[in-house]
Design a protein around this ligand. Structure first.
Ligand code: BG6
Length: 444
């Protein structure tokens, strides 16, 4: 058994994390540009990042060297719409050039429309609280799709709404650094979360409609969700069902997958959002999708805050992010997702931060990452062997990059970036991954 012939072996990135050029060629400020000072480790920011905006040709050449079949990137909304009603042609030109470079190299471009850096002018209108934001998102989507859809077929509306709502508006550790978490007024908090989520869901639905309407070639549309994932403790059916039930919690909270995916895919609205979403809105949100994109790094069976840490043990393997290494994660993720939603799955992110540095031989040896990939991909392969349709795997990330509030210390890349010189060095894992791609996972 190997992966399907047309399996998309790829890697991912996001605009603010790699592009830099934060104020060039007509780009407007986004919430990360304007508000992150004082919120990021070592007072770092994404102003320059990997300078991918100027170095995309070199980066695509590295992808080609590795034999990547696909590259998942995101478009920066404030680069395209720097202020209300303004479309920045220069911004569109950058992405046109990028997708041309990719397709010329035989790499499938996969485009995420929103990966967190909301334009400041929209933030000033209330950001994700703004009741009109879905109309603005629809217009933005039309603009991007008109510009890129001669070459782009794969579209993802949102990256990790659980995270940009949860970290950005509930906990306040990501831009715009607002915190509505207030255990003394739980109803008010729940109401706010429901409204924020509704605006994201409506924006998703309108964007899917816009893509189908404007695309120049048949689009493949999905999203890139993340969520808590629980896995069985043993192979009994009971244990599997308990894990499934915990993953798709009946209570429905924004960190559960069903909070976002039930409305999007099944048109079913979780209880806590029922009062704020009308029947008509429900119809808009639930649009036919072509694939289910899922970002996953680990299961949540070992989290203290989930009260499940009895499964953890002192000194268990953890990445540089402190995230547990849980080899079965992708296996259960795609099985549970396909079982509930019936859509082909695309792993839109998976990977690890490691303590990488350039060694005295000039190379970056990262055996931990190779092992991580080996065990996670073996799980994915097992699920494929059991008949789950999986269309691709995007390693996070192609390059080391700006890890949001963590700054530049956490290195997820297949390619090492020296931020003083912008020199790129392929890590050992990138050579290993190239072999996996070349033999389509046969040796996993
Ligand atoms: C991505 C971010 O979408 O999610 C990454 O852009 C980040 O930089 C990752 O590491 C984190 O995912 P999660 O599921 O832990 O929120």
């Amino acid at each position: 058994m190997t992966f399907p012939d047309n399996f998309y072996w790829g890697a991912a990135s996001a605009a603010y994390q790699v592009e830099g050029a934060y104020n060039e060629d007509g780009k407007g400020p986004g919430i990360w540009d304007a508000l992150s000072e004082g919120h990021v480790k070592h007072r770092e920011n994404g102003n320059v990042a990997c300078d991918h905006y100027h170095r995309y040709k070199e980066d695509v050449a590295l992808m080609k060297e590795m034999g990547l079949k696909a590259y998942r990137f995101s478009v920066s909304w404030p680069r395209i719409m720097p202020s209300e009603g303004v479309i920045n042609e220069k911004g569109l030109e950058f992405y046109r050039n990028l997708v041309k470079e990719l397709t010329d190299a035989g790499i499938e471009p996969m485009c995420t429309l929103f990966h967190w850096n909301l334009p400041m002018w929209l933030h000033e209108k209330g950001g994700w609280y703004c009741t009109k934001i879905s109309d603005y998102f629809e217009k933005y989507t039309e603009t991007v799709v008109e510009a890129l859809s001669d070459k782009v077929s794969y579209w993802m509306t949102f990256n990790e709404p659980a995270c940009f709502i949860g970290c950005g508006y509930v906990m306040g550790n990501h831009a715009p650094f607002e915190k509505c978490m207030d255990m003394e007024h739980p109803e008010e908090m729940a109401q706010k979360i429901a409204l924020l989520s509704k605006n994201v869901l409506l924006s998703h639905g309108k964007a899917v409609q816009a893509i189908r309407r404007c695309a120049k070639k048949a689009p493949k549309i999905g999203m890139a969700l993340n969520a808590s994932l629980f896995t069985p403790e043993n192979t009994s059916e009971e244990s599997v069902e308990a894990a499934r039930a915990a993953t798709f919690s009946e209570q429905g909270a924004f960190w559960n997958l069903n909070w976002w995916a039930d409305p999007m895919v099944k048109g079913e609205i979780p209880r806590a959002m029922k009062d704020v979403i009308s029947g008509e809105e429900r119809e808009i949100i639930c649009q036919p999708l072509d694939f289910f994109g899922f970002n996953n790094y680990n299961t949540n069976d070992y989290d203290e805050y989930e009260g499940r840490n009895e499964r953890a043990w002192p000194g268990m393997p953890r990445t540089a992010m402190d995230w547990p290494i849980t080899p079965d994660a992708l296996y259960w993720a795609v099985k549970f997702i396909y079982g509930r939603y019936g859509l082909p799955v695309l792993i839109t992110e998976n990977g690890m931060a490691n303590l990488d540095f350039v060694m005295s031989d000039g190379k970056v040896h990262d055996p931990q990452r190779v092992e991580f990939l080996k065990v996670y991909l073996a799980g994915l392969k097992k699920a494929v062997g059991e008949g789950v349709p999986v269309i691709g795997y995007m390693y996070w990330s192609i390059l080391d990059n700006f890890e949001w509030a963590e700054g530049y210390d956490k290195r997820f890349g297949l390619v090492y970036v020296d931020y003083r010189t912008q020199k790129r060095t392929r890590k050992d894992s990138s050579y290993w991954y190239a072999e996996v791609i070349a033999n389509n996972g046969a040796d996993l």
